[in-house]
Design a binder for this molecule. Structure first.
Ligand code: GAR
Length: 215
């Protein structure tokens, strides 16, 4: 049965767009039931509206604690009975209660080759470290920030004259491939997080996840 997806955003929503496009193209057997943002001005909300998807805003600044905001989000999200929660540039740290509630059915995308460069400014940090390659990772979400088991990773090479902006653009292109791919695989039960580890086609993935072949 087609899976029900809720996407959480805080900004532009280009990853949301990539997933919507993959659904329209028939690549993903799923449906985005709602898009929720903690920022009213997030452009991703406009993308959702244009696609006829309910676009909701819940401002974290209207709540007096992380827990009360997260509980309000759960209430909102669960009306859509999602099989999968997709964090697509959702820039909020989640409470343990929220993460536990969606255990095994929540993805995040992070702009680095995790476990390297958790947190912010990943592109500049990769340049400053003199790395030859960089990339992005889709992972299942745990209570540890950017720390859950890795599902899919895509790499880009760092050229000596690349700025952080150049690198961000290159990484974004790969994000728009690996996120729809991970969602596609989750929606057909091909990709699962089990107590043994992350399985793809019933086979255990290495800790770095499935590596997207370089093109
Ligand atoms: C993406 O690059 C994503 O990897 C990053 O935010 C951007 C959102 O772009 N997420 C994080 O840094 C989470 N730690 P988008 O709004 O255009 O999809």
């Amino acid at each position: 049965m087609s899976k029900r997806i809720v996407v959480l955003i805080s900004g532009s929503g280009s990853n949301l767009q990539a997933i919507m496009d993959a659904i329209d193209a028939g690549q993903i057997d799923g449906r985005i039931e709602a898009v929720l943002s903690n920022k009213a001005e997030a452009y991703g909300l406009e993308r959702a509206r244009l696609a006829g998807i309910p676009a909701l805003t819940l401002k974290h600044t209207d709540f007096d604690s992380r827990e009360s905001f997260d509980q309000a989000m759960i209430k909102e999200i669960d009306q859509y009975q999602p099989d999968l929660i997709v964090l697509a540039g959702f820039m909020r740290i989640l409470s343990a209660g929220f993460v536990r509630h969606y255990h095994g059915r929540m993805f995040n995308i992070h702009p680095s080759l995790l476990p390297k460069y958790k947190g912010l400014n990943t592109h500049q940090r990769a340049i400053d470290a003199g790395d030859a390659e960089h990339g992005c990772t889709v992972h299942f979400v745990t209570e540890e920030l950017d720390g859950g088991p890795l599902a899919v990773q895509g790499k880009v090479s760092i050229n000596p004259d690349d700025s952080a902006e150049d690198l961000q653009q290159k990484v974004h292109k790969v994000e728009h491939v690996i996120y729809p791919l991970a969602v596609e695989w989750f929606c057909t039960d091909k990709l699962q997080w089990t107590p043994e580890g992350v399985l793809l086609d019933s086979k255990m993935l290495p800790v770095e996840g499935y590596q997207l072949p370089a093109n």
